[in-house]
Design a protein around this ligand. Sequence first.
Ligand SMILES: NC(=O)c1ccc[n+]([C@@H]2O[C@H](COP(=O)([O-])OP(=O)(O)OC[C@H]3O[C@@H](n4cnc5c(N)ncnc54)[C@H](O)[C@@H]3O)[C@@H](O)[C@H]2O)c1
Ligand SMILES: [Zn+2]
Ligand SMILES: [Zn+2]
Length: 445
Amino acid sequence: MRAIRTSIIEYFEKNLRFNKTMQSRVHTAQTRVERPSKVKYDPERKMTALQFSGKDKIKVGKVPVPLVTDPTDAVIKVTASCVCGSDLHLYHDKVPEMLDGDIMGHESVGIVDEVGPEVKNVKKGDRVVISSVIGCGQCDYCLRREWSCCDTTNTSQVETKMYGHHVSGLFGYSHLMGGYDGCQAEYVRVPFADVNLFSIPSVLTDKQALCVADLASTGYHGTELADVKEGDKVVIFGCGPVGLMAQMWSKFRGASRVIAIDVDAQRVEYAKKQLGVEVVNANEEGPLEAVEKLIPGGPDKIIECVGFRFPQGFFEKLELKLKLATDASSVVNLAIKMVRKNGKITLIGDYLAYTNHFNIGAMMEKHLTMNGGAVWPHNYYKKIFAAMETGKVDPTFVWTHTFPFSKGDEAYKMFDKHEDGIIKPLLLPDSIYNQSNAGMDKTTQ
Ligand SMILES: NC(=O)c1ccc[n+]([C@@H]2O[C@H](COP(=O)([O-])OP(=O)(O)OC[C@H]3O[C@@H](n4cnc5c(N)ncnc54)[C@H](O)[C@@H]3O)[C@@H](O)[C@H]2O)c1
Ligand SMILES: [Zn+2]
Ligand SMILES: [Zn+2]
């Protein structure tokens, strides 16, 4: 037992060690698009940024302001940002290759502060959403509009060893995902600005537009991957911000039944109140039995919006603690048992590496389809802007609490612990927080 454990740990330590060479300029084999250069900074100007500082620790630091480094870059002055459930995986120190001092965050909106000479689509002063996922716009994957598979923006050799390929870069998400500075900061450098910035229609507020960077796009991506159609019966695991968005879009696309499951009673109630979905509190009743009562034979589609970090039962917790697996499989196995025969399961919750006890037999014998992946905001932002402009959806109900950057550590803590009914913390630069009518939201003042 001990020998197996040691060899698995050794395997991960060996394979997950940071490979500094991936930070250098490289060419991808297929496309020969240049990876963005390592960012340069203005040593004279300092800004506030939320920095990773070890397990459960976020530091509010002062760091140099980034500069336009490549001719296709822009630097954005951030006007609003937020914390994602994915940031909590970093916060719990579960994602390899996150270094002390790395800037967090992949969801922000702001104003273009500076552009490189080759940027055409945006100019200084424009209001923009920054895509969480970084595409190059030129590789074969980007040309097929499969943005989070971009071949250029992340060349992690560690990831290639783990996954057989490297996926795209993501702001503020470890060196496994490209080592880009995050956007929970007053300024952020955006590579391939023409591709990764979306101009905000003047009628939309920052709170609306910010939903497009990740959460509303991610919820939509879940319904796209699951191919939710008129009349479908859909179950969504998770009533965090992403699960709520998947529920909202499933209704928007005409699902006849939408059932939301969570273990947090407050979140389940919030889903029911805000979206009028049917709900199951998995702490109070077995989700398999509860869903079988509501949809005999099982739903057509299941969208999993929970992720790898929630083991169930003593043995799964022990296995993860002993590093005999990196990821919990219990929610996925529940979904495999729950979905109807020849049904579809989409994984939108983040999974990292290896899991035990995967019910591969049911997967095959029930004729199931399973897919998943990180969001493609570039494909959805126009549709989402339009749906918000016409009032068909309003995802802003997720913003329950607002924090200034200087209290970013509290935002993480509260969001992680689900304190005070928090759903999604909005983060504002202190200057904006102090001016704005923060009384519109619950605050930590
Ligand atoms: N695919 C993507 O591009 C993408 C983008 C954003 C977020 N994510 C991932 O989506 C997931 C959800 O994000 P979020 O911001 O809503 O995070 P979150 O942590 O706020 O939400 C997760 C929810 O799952 C619930 N949960 C835990 N165990 C459960 C169980 N056994 N059954 C049902 N629910 C359970 C939690 O109570 C919580 O409400 C995370 O894993 C995040 O990393 C993926
Ligand atoms: Zn995210
Ligand atoms: Zn690309």
